[in-house]
Design a protein around this ligand. Structure first.
Ligand code: GAP
Length: 464
């Protein structure tokens, strides 16, 4: 049972493991830091998030197309994008216990002071002068701060004599594949600026993390949009996209009071951005970035044109004006959406003396399982009827059949994974063909004829 807000994350992590949403990575080998596996229900929740995003931003919009670019791109992409030269974290090592920390996090936590943008020598001096102790072993014995590039890399191939090898980077953002295929997309897709390209997929960053579960991991999924606009008038597109991102948050059920905006100060913007606004969510560990919106100007297309020596230009079909489009980038993290949804929907309800029900109030469209089907007993032909109902529902919804244990326990298990509807087949079903339909949030039960179940659940799914 939750005793404080801080414990809420622990309860969520425990539920995620207990109920097959998220497992620690490589657990049987002692674990692998900052990486997680998504279990059967986690995989479904993730898929539902991505399906909803793809439907919202590609299927329902005539100004958007999708792309599925590779994880490994030409190494020069990352030189052009600025990631080879500038995608760094300053890290320090504790010489005593050999733990490694992000220097900015170490200073922020100990001194409540921001150091972003300071030279390495100053960062080192702050740590030494203030005798900041190691959070793990309490020793004050630090290396100097050093820059570490966040990109993972892998040897690609060797030259004939086997001595040199080319380095390929695992993409740290999905965005670049869109920029380098911009020319292909305008040549093949008959799209007119303004239009956008959406992509989702894995990204990798060699991050040192403070252990906030799946909030910051080394392998994660992004859902990104690069929205191409004319060189002037970016402000209105930016505002429109901010409103659209807020609407997405509303659509997936994130409460407005749990969201706020953070405007990046001009002197702390990424090298490609002229304006960045983050949408923060109030996680149990505090307000932290959920999504981001950036005005990337024409930086990326120009960089790729220059580095690849290719003309990347758009010709306005009416005025014949040729220009390099500018870009508004709304970016969404899948794991952070997943975590925000778990935090938002997790509730421990006290129903009576010593009776606490844990329930995930996930929106029905995102819930891993939409309907669970139970025979009250295995015997007397009830299991056969239940199996037939499961087979009739499962082509339409992700359904689950469960015939083991007390019915109350089966309901509670489904509550914990956020299943909005449960159907129980009992002896009355044999008499009049009706089943019990139980609603997750209200726990209300009603009798519905089994032949009407599909229509009734379809309607309930639509009304939320
Ligand atoms: N293309 C722009 C870009 O990559 P970002 O703010 O670095 O911007 C975009 O990342 C989103 O990806 C973030 O808002 C967050 O949702 C997610 N994200 C970034 N790093 C992450 C990590 N280490 N683990 C989980 N999600 C991450």
């Amino acid at each position: 049972m939750t005793s404080s807000i801080q414990d809420k994350l622990k309860d969520i992590v425990a539920l995620a493991k207990r109920r097959g949403f998220v497992y620690p990575c490589s657990e049987i080998y002692g674990g692998f830091a900052n990486s997680y596996s998504f279990g059967p229900y986690g995989a479904l929740l993730k898929k539902n998030i991505k399906d909803a995003w793809w439907r919202t931003f590609t299927q329902l919009r005539s100004d958007m197309v999708g792309l599925d670019g590779p994880i490994l791109l030409h190494p020069k992409v990352w030189e052009a994008s600025g990631h080879v030269a500038g995608f760094h974290d300053a890290l320090v090592d504790c010489k005593s216990c050999k733990s490694r920390f992000r220097a900015d996090h170490l200073i922020e936590n100990a001194l409540h002071r921001e150091v972003e943008g300071l030279p390495l020598s100053e960062v080192t001096a702050i740590i030494h002068d203030n005798k900041i102790p190691c959070p793990k072993c309490k020793a004050v014995d630090w290396t100097d701060a050093r820059q570490f590039n966040l990109m993972f890399h892998t040897p690609l191939k060797k030259t004939k004599n086997g001595e040199e090898e080319e380095i390929a980077y695992l993409r740290p953002e999905t965005a670049q594949a869109i920029f380098i295929d911009f020319k292909n997309i305008i040549d093949t897709m008959r799209k007119r600026v303004p239009f956008g390209v959406a992509q989702m997929g894995k990204a990798f960053r060699n991050e040192i993390t403070p252990g906030n579960f799946i909030f910051r991991v080394i392998e994660f999924e992004q859902m990104e949009i690069e929205y191409f606009i004319p060189p002037t008038g970016w402000e209105s597109h930016f505002e429109q996209w901010l409103a659209t991102m807020k609407e997405w948050c509303r659509l997936i059920g994130l409460k407005e009071e749990k969201l706020k905006l953070y405007e990046h100060p001009q002197d702390k913007l990424s090298h490609y951005s002229k304006r960045t606004v983050d949408i923060l969510y109030e996680f149990p560990f505090g307000w932290s970035e959920l999504y981001g919106l950036a005005y990337r100007t024409d930086f990326d297309l120009k960089q790729h044109a220059e580095h690849s020596k290719t003309k990347i230009l758009y010709t306005d079909p009416e005025t014949q004006e040729k220009y390099v489009p500018h870009v508004i980038e709304p970016t969404f993290g899948v794991e952070r959406t997943f975590l925000a949804l778990l935090c938002q929907s997790y509730e421990e309800q006290t129903l009576g003396e010593g009776d606490v029900r844990t329930v995930l109030h996930l929106p029905p469209t995102l819930a891993p399982i939409k309907v669970a089907v139970f025979p009250l007993m295995r015997k007397d032909g009830l299991a056969e009827i239940a199996d037939a109902i499961f087979k009739a529902l499962s082509p339409h919804f992700q359904a689950e059949y469960d015939e083991g244990g007390a019915i109350g326990k089966r309901y509670r298990r489904q509550d914990e994974i956020g299943t909005p509807f449960c159907v129980t087949i009992d002896y009355q079903t044999k008499e009049d063909g009706t089943v019990t339909l139980r609603h997750r949030d209200s726990m209300k039960q009603e009798r519905v004829h089994k032949d009407e179940l599909l229509t009734v659940i379809k309607n309930l799914m639509q009304t939320g």
